[in-house]
Design a protein around this ligand. Structure first.
Ligand code: 3BY
Ligand code: FES
Ligand code: FE
Length: 423
């Protein structure tokens, strides 16, 4: 068969897949889980990557991971290696991690510090703003250094969070309002004066949407998360429709103290289907943070915080992050798809930059509860995927009171895919 025919076949089957995904989403039963092909099919996966992960804003990490000039970390967004680097003006820049000579990856370590960015293949060298500084002496007299700078990705920071967007044009949909509020709500934490204490990378054999769905409800918590439930209240929001009076009273008495200290806490949401949400939730009575016994995780509080009982400020960013900001440490979560049925879940714990390991905090104690919880959630996600792969699977109903967060996520997913596919 001629090469051209092969290309046409590939394109036809992807076009068919786009039409099939669009029609599955248009015809899906509202408030039901998706059809199996949307959770396990390689074409759907490619469409999810192209229409969501290559076009939408994604959470990648925190500014305090790269505090000084030349500090960088790398991240893989599907098949796109990207790196984040702090430049000499203190700004965080995102670049595609691919050399403008013949495409080699430039930063080969997960984290590091550089004066300039030197490609390991033929030593083309770029500055921290992506300008090409050196390409040897053999590129010929017509070679234009200015046309061969690193390809940037959109990058925004707020309240210490770093977001990137690989699309040509970055969408807004409430994102700038979210960033302004994030800046305000995160101010007490002074993220620039924190440091990464622990990082975990968990490989899960489940579609990325199942990982998100699992996180968006606590229907499964009582039977699966004994360590987390020592401190976490199962209500997901202060306006949770199921929240009983004793929770509302507890919330009010905590909120009065937060108000006295100028700690923001009111529910705020942004974008369609609550794509972004920030809300501070109290933890269980007489607990401070999400440790195994609810006692301190670190002896040094973050930023200007005085009250150890700040509960957890939950920050949601669809499609790929949820977070828990507490008085003495905070925990960020990042979800990145690997293949139709594989996902990387990265969790990072941060403490005050002057906190001393072994004196002020014990990394094992800090990570214990969420290591256990993540592993429990991994098993739940993998079982969910296995069942969906069965010919016996058919979409089932979500509870509108217990699983409204899942409904919001899938509505956002469906709207976003359809918006992009239908142009
Ligand atoms: O705490 C979380 O991050 C989410 C919210 C509810 C279930 N899950 C444990
Ligand atoms: Fe980077 Fe050749 S591929 S210098
Ligand atoms: Fe869970």
């Amino acid at each position: 068969m001629k090469q051209i025919d092969l290309i046409n076949i590939r394109h036809n089957s992807l076009d068919e897949a786009r039409a099939s995904v669009a029609s599955s989403l248009e015809q899906r039963q509202q408030n039901y889980s998706l059809s199996a092909e949307l959770y396990n099919d390689p074409h759907t996966f490619r469409i999810d990557m192209e229409e969501i992960f290559h076009k939408e804003w994604l959470f990648v990490g925190m500014t305090s991971e790269i505090p000084k000039k030349g500090d960088y970390f790398t991240v893989e967004i599907g098949q796109n290696p990207v790196f984040l680097v702090r430049d000499g003006d203190g700004n965080v820049n995102a670049f595609h991690n691919t050399c403008r000579h013949r495409g080699s990856v430039i930063c080969t370590e997960h984290r590091g510090k550089v004066a300039n960015l030197v490609c390991p293949y033929h030593q083309w060298t770029y500055d921290l703003k992506g300008n090409l500084l050196f390409a040897g002496t053999e590129m010929g007299k017509d070679f234009d250094m200015k046309k061969h700078g690193l390809k940037p990705a959109h990058c925004k920071t707020a309240g210490g969070f770093i977001f990137v967007c690989l699309g040509k044009d970055a969408p807004d949909d409430g994102f700038s309002d979210f960033l302004a509020t994030l800046e305000e709500y995160m101010a007490p934490y002074d993220v620039e004066n924190t440091k990464l204490a622990v990082e975990s990378n968990m490989h899960e054999q489940a579609n990325w949407k199942l990982v998100l769905e699992n996180n968006r409800e606590c229907y499964h918590c009582a039977n699966n998360h004994p360590e987390l439930l020592n401190t976490l209240l199962e209500w997901d929001d202060t306006n949770d429709p199921r929240a009983p009076q004793d929770f509302l009273d507890h919330y009010q008495s905590q909120a009065d103290k937060w108000d006295a200290e100028g700690i923001p806490h009111k529910h705020q949401s942004f974008g369609s289907r609550q794509r972004n949400r920030i809300v501070r939730m109290p933890l269980k009575k007489n607990t401070k943070v999400m440790t195994i016994d609810g006692g301190a995780g670190c002896q040094k509080m973050l930023g200007r915080i005085k009250n150890p009982e700040l509960g957890s400020m939950r920050i949601l960013h669809l499609p790929n992050s949820w977070n828990h900001m507490q008085s003495d440490h905070f925990i960020v979560f990042r979800v990145l798809p690997i293949s139709p049925q594989e996902t990387m879940v990265t969790t990072k714990w941060f403490v005050h930059k002057d906190a001393v390991e072994g004196v002020d905090y014990d990394p094992e104690r800090l990570r214990q509860v969420w290591d256990a919880t993540n592993d429990q959630d991994r098993i739940l996600g993998e079982r969910n995927q296995q069942g969906i792969n069965s010919i016996g699977y058919e979409p089932g109903p979500y509870s509108e009171t217990f699983e409204y967060g899942v409904i919001n996520f899938l509505d956002w997913y469906s709207d976003t895919i359809l918006k992009h596919l239908k142009g």
